[in-house]
Write a protein that binds this ligand. Sequence first.
Ligand code: SF4
Length: 496
Amino acid sequence: MSSVRRVMVRTYGCQMNVHDSEKITNLLQHHGYQPTDELEDADLLIINTCSIREKAENQLYSDVGRLRAWKQQRPGRLLAVAGCVAQQAGDAVLKRFGHVDFVFGTHNLRLVPSMAAAALQGERQTRIDETGSLDRFDLPERHPEFETLTPGRAFVTVMEGCDMFCSFCIVPTTRGREISRPASDIISEVEALAARGVREVTLLGQTVNAYGRHDLRRKEARKARGAVRDEAETVAFAELLGRIDAIPGIERIRYKSPHPIFFDEALIRAHGELRSLCPHVHLPLQSGSDTVLKRMRRRYGQAEFLALVEALRAARPDIAISTDLIVGFPGETDADFRDTLSVMRRAAFVDSYAFKYSPRPGTAAADFADIVPGEVAQARLEQLQNLQRELTLTAHRARVGETTQVLVEGASRRGGRQLSGRDPYQRVVNFEVSDAALAAPGSLQSVKLLEATPHSLIGLLAVEAPDHGPGRELRRSVKTVGGSADELIRIGGVPN
Ligand code: SF4
C-alpha cells in the first residue's frame, strides 16, 4: 500500500452538495490525503448523497451494494456515506451495509479526518448530530493544491438550512434550521479566492436570499430594548452582494437558490446597479397554479411571482430567468398544469429543471391523497419540456449576433476543437479555437454568437480583444449558419 492515501468523493444532487464535496476533499488534503478521480486509486471513497428525489436515494443503495467487491480488493480501503441520506438514515446505513465504515451528516463535515483515522483502527461510527452553531462554517482555507472544479470559479457558502418547510421538500430535515455566516468571514473568503485568480463566485444557500434575516430581526429587537451586544455580524443580502461587488478581481457574482418571497426592493435594485452581479436569476416557481402553490406551501401565488419577474426585468431588462418545476403534484388538475404552462410563457424562462413529483417520506405531502397517475405526470412533463425547448430556442435565437463574455470551462462536449464555457446569462457557449492554449480554462473570452440550439449557443472568438492583456490576430475558416467563411479573429492573451 502506498504511503499517500487518496480520497475520491462521489457526489449526487445539488450545488450545495458539490460544494460540500469540495470542502470534504479540502479538509482531507489538509490531513495528507490526495484527491483522485479514479476509483481504482482511491483508499477512501466518500459517497455524498442526495435525498431530494427517490431516484437519487435508490441509486445510492445500489451503488453502495456494488462497492463491496471494491472494498475487499485492497486492505485499508475505507467507504463512507455522507450528505442528506446519511443525515436522515444515520445508523441504518451502517446496519444495512457491513462494508460501510462511517457515516456523517451535513452538519458534521469537520469530523471527517478524525472519523477516517478511527475507521482505520476498526471503529465504525455515525455522526449526524445537528448543530445550530457557527462552528459548522469553521473550515480551513483552500489547500494550496486545491483546485476548484472549474478554474476561475468558486462556490461560497453564505447560509445553510431552511425554515420554509415546503410540503414536498425534505431539506429542512436534512439540512436543519437556517443559519447565516458572518459577513466578514464571507468577504475574507472571497478576497482570498480573488487573490488566487477566481473571477466568478456563486453564493450558495438553500434559501440564499434569506441570508441574515433572523440575525437582523434579533438585532432590531435588541436595539429596541436598548441592548448593545453585537453578535457575529450578518447584513442584508443586497448589502452582502454590494460588498462582494467591491472586491477587486471579482467580475461575476451569482447566487443560488433564492426563494421568491425574499426578494426585497434592495435586492431587485442591485440587479440594475452592481457591476458584477450577473444578469441571471434562478427563480424556483414549482407550479403556476395558485391551488397547487398553496398545497406546496410556497407562500406566493402566480400574480406575486409574475410581479417579481416584471420587477427584475424593470431593474435589468436583459435578465435571464430560469426555474424549477414539479409536475404531477398531488391534486394537480389539467387546469392547474395549464397555469404552469401559462406562467412559463409569460415569464419566458430561459431554462427550467422539471421533475415528476415523487413523495419523500417525512414530508407533509407524502400523506396527500389525489395522487396523479404516473402516465399523466409523464405526459405533462413531456409537454412542459417541449414548451421549454421552444422558449430556450427563442431566447437563444434572439441573441445571435451579440458578442458575449465567456468564462472558459474546458473542452466542449461537441468535440473537435471547440471549447465551452458560460456567459453572464449562465448560458452554455461553445466556440471553436485553433489552439486550446489560447483560451485556457478560467480565462474570460469575448465570443461572437453565430448559432442557437435549444441547449447552447455557438460562436467564435470575437474580433474585439478581450479586456485582459494583449491579443493576436489570425485568419481561419469558421462555420457559420449559412456555411463557412474566412474571418480575421483576435485572440486575447490568457491571464491565468
Ligand atoms: S424553500 Fe422549500 S423547496 Fe427550498 S429548500 Fe426550503 S423547503 Fe425545500
